[in-house]
Design a protein around this ligand. Structure first.
Ligand code: ADP
Ligand code: MG
Ligand code: MG
Length: 251
């Protein structure tokens, strides 16, 4: 499903290389956790996957279902089913969350050659998904993410994810700043999205989230490379011993 081969990427403006020969495979139906110390390049990897123009790929490949996505712009990537939830979600003043959802869903339908949703159909889908996330419908009238708490932002993101039904989801540091109740709701939402034809990449600094989203694979990122991969027991090992041992081993 997702194959990253010898990926090198740098910040366009300064030319600083952040991703330095990264290899990673995430299979269909798999939930993969990417862990690593602060500054190891986790967020940068998610930006590069999204196709943000301020990062340049200088070497290597990102294959999605066997095809390179490097030439696709962010909208094309989204249309093929890639969804990224960022560490710092964008605030969109003046656009009600419901309106944002409508535009996003209909843009995706258009890219697939489908008609826009009728208003009743849209409302029905949004109500159902919001209900599954135990989300207050009143929130949908507020501008997206403006003044939302950390938990509300994450919930809004999971709602988008449920409605857009992506094939590849990448969630960056979904757990930062969340209290335990919000964390459980996010984990619940992600678990509801698990399916044999969907891959989910969960980027996290701490093991805590992985108590609720049990990963099929764990990869440790350090200095822009995957230095160790394993199953969920690797996350427990990291929780207990920290990153130092693994970094030394890799060196
Ligand atoms: P993580 O998410 O793992 O904490 P990041 O991807 O945010 O790591 O950052 C990786 C490294 O890249 C850090 O050393 C950070 O300082 C550096 N970095 C990030 N953005 C830029 C930028 N625009 N210019 C230069 N260096 C950057
Ligand atoms: Mg960081
Ligand atoms: Mg980060």
């Amino acid at each position: 499903m997702l194959e990253i081969k010898n990926l090198h990427a740098r910040v366009a403006e300064s030319g600083v290389e952040i991703i330095r020969g990264l290899n990673l495979t995430v299979k269909d139906g798999e939930v993969a956790a990417i862990m690593g110390p602060n500054g190891s390049g986790k967020s940068t990897l998610s930006y590069v996957l999204a196709g943000r123009p301020d990062y340049e790929v200088t070497e290597g490949e990102i294959l999605y279902n066997g095809e390179s996505i490097l030439e696709m712009d962010p909208a094309e990537r989204a249309a093929t089913g890639v969804f990224l939830a960022f560490q710092y979600p964008m605030e969109i003043p003046g656009v009600a969350t419901m309106e944002f959802l409508k535009v996003a869903m209909n843009a995706q339908r258009k890219a697939r050659g489908e008609d826009p949703l009728s208003i009743p159909d849209l409302l029905k889908r949004v109500k159902q998904a919001a209900g599954e996330l135990d989300m207050d419908m009143g929130m949908l009238k507020r501008p997206l993410n403006v003044g939302f708490s950390g938990g509300e932002k994450k919930r809004a993101e999971i709602l988008q994810m449920k409605l857009l039904e992506p094939k590849l989801c990448v969630l960056d540091e979904t757990d930062s700043g969340l209290d335990i109740d919000a964390l459980k709701i996010v984990a619940d939402g992600v678990n509801q999205l698990r399916s044999p034809d969907r891959s989910i990449v969960v980027i996290t600094h701490y093991q805590r989230l992985l108590d609720y989203i049990v990963p099929d694979a764990v990869h440790v990122l350090y200095k822009g490379q995957v230095i160790k991969s394993g199953d969920k027991s690797l996350a427990y090992e990291l929780e207990e011993n920290g990153y130092a041992g693994i970094i030394e081993e890799a060196a």
